[in-house]
Design a binder for this molecule. Structure first.
Ligand SMILES: Cc1ncc(COP(=O)(O)O)c(C=O)c1O
Length: 403
């Protein structure tokens, strides 16, 4: 059969990340390339207890449910967002999705026509770029620094392209780990409000915050900063990084009209996200045996140690001409390689040694960021991290000697 795929599906054909995942399945292969939490820290026993309770007492967990998601979980989330993030969002303004990735995909499907310009951080997450490419969006990268997007550049691009949409992850941007300053959040919000540009604020990493150890304070979300709640910000997030990604439970929270459109398209995609997962998650979050705040604090203690270990390893000779900023949270260190080195070429050498990282080229739409790499410090255990960094350092030293 000669298959004749839609032309936009061509954007799906090559996926270096998929190739790295395949390789990482090999025994003894160490991947610092991915966006994974540490599985040894999953609340396995508490989840098992919740799953047993739900499956023995709650037949509705196995039934079709509301497209917008399990009501009690939406109510729980509405209260949690108010308590921990000072967000004012009612359960009717929340759509539960199959992870943040689906929330972004659904929004892009109902909001972006092929050819529409969409503003993104530069660099940004590979998953976001894939969604935008599939929809045929014109991706417009916006330059940023350690405080977030540059308002001057943003204004120029808004004036030139009149974009409907801006996508950003102000808490520990994937891949740079940057936490936007309060001033930048306010400036970007003001520009977008004035020009009717909808902001998708992706807070997937927001709870992985090591601020206490770095002396930085938590900064309000753009959603909560928008005083009149005019609906210019859609706040998306998930339980993937703080409970477990396999629950595939995320959300979009925002203006009712946007949520209704997203719910309509979700019905076409999968009717609703897994009711079983949502019931189990709700049971877990309400259970006396599990405290979300304590669990997040435990994750952040361990991830801080892994980050410190990675930073110590980056102080070694191989990395002396590399540049990086220690992130105040998230899952990655973004490293600018010594001058003249290319992340894709270094990856080829590193794969031969048995270790992987994400080359920067995958985080930008053009040829930008080729001189950078993204290192994940949350998934590899401490020993694996040490070994993985040793292997990548070896590849780097060989590479530097040859160039
Ligand atoms: C910025 C960002 N948003 C969203 C996701 C998707 O996460 P999930 O769909 O598991 O919530 C990822 C991947 O981990 C990500 O890096």
């Amino acid at each position: 059969m000669q298959f004749s795929f839609a032309s936009r599906a061509q954007t799906l054909l090559s996926s270096p990340l998929r190739d790295i995942r395949e390789l990482a399945k090999r025994d003894s292969f160490i991947s610092l390339a991915e966006e994974l939490p540490a599985e040894e820290l999953f609340p396995l026993h508490s989840l098992a207890e919740s799953a047993t309770t739900v499956l023995s007492e709650d037949p509705l967990a196995l039934q079709y449910g509301e497209a917008q998601g399990y009501g009690p979980l939406r109510s729980w989330l509405s209260q949690d967002l108010a308590r921990r993030k000072e967000l004012s969002v009612g359960p009717e303004q929340i759509l539960l999705t199959t992870g943040t990735q689906q929330a972004i995909d659904l929004l892009v499907r109902v909001y972006v026509d092929p050819g529409d310009p969409v503003l993104v951080e530069n660099p940004t997450s590979p998953g976001l770029l894939q969604v935008l490419r599939l929809q045929g969006a014109v991706i417009i990268p916006v330059e940023g620094d350690q405080e977030g997007m540059l308002p001057g550049k943003l204004k120029e691009l808004i004036d030139k392209h009149k974009p409907k949409l801006l996508m950003a992850a102000p808490n520990f941007t994937n891949p740079t780990g940057v936490m936007w300053s309060l001033a930048r959040r306010k400036q970007v919000l003001e520009l977008c409000v004035n020009h009717h540009t909808l902001i998708v604020e992706d807070d997937s990493y927001g709870d992985l915050y090591f601020g206490d150890t770095h002396g930085q304070k938590r900064i309000p979300s753009m959603y909560s900063l928008e005083e009149k709640q005019g609906g210019h910000v859609l706040y998306v997030g998930s339980f993937s990084k703080i409970v477990a990604p396999a629950l595939r439970t995320g959300w979009a929270a925002g203006n009712r009209q946007v949520i209704q459109m997203m719910t309509a398209v979700k019905q076409m995609a999968d009717w609703q996200s897994s009711m079983l997962n949502q019931h189990i998650l709700h049971n877990l979050l309400e259970s006396k045996h599990f405290q979300l705040d304590e669990h997040i604090a435990m994750l952040n203690r361990e991830y801080t140690i892994r980050l410190k270990l990675m930073v110590e390893l980056l102080k070694r000779n191989a990395w002396k001409d590399a540049e990086y900023v220690v992130p105040p949270g998230g899952m990655f260190v973004w490293v600018k390689l010594p001058p003249g080195l290319d992340g894709d070429a270094l990856l080829r050498g590193s794969l031969l040694k048995g270790a992987a990282f994400l080359p920067g080229s995958m985080c930008s739409d053009g040829n930008d960021s080729r001189e950078c790499i993204r290192l994940n410090f949350t998934h590899p255990g401490r020993d694996e991290l040490l070994l993985g960094m040793n292997l990548i350092s070896e590849a780097l030293l060989e590479f530097t000697a040859r160039n």
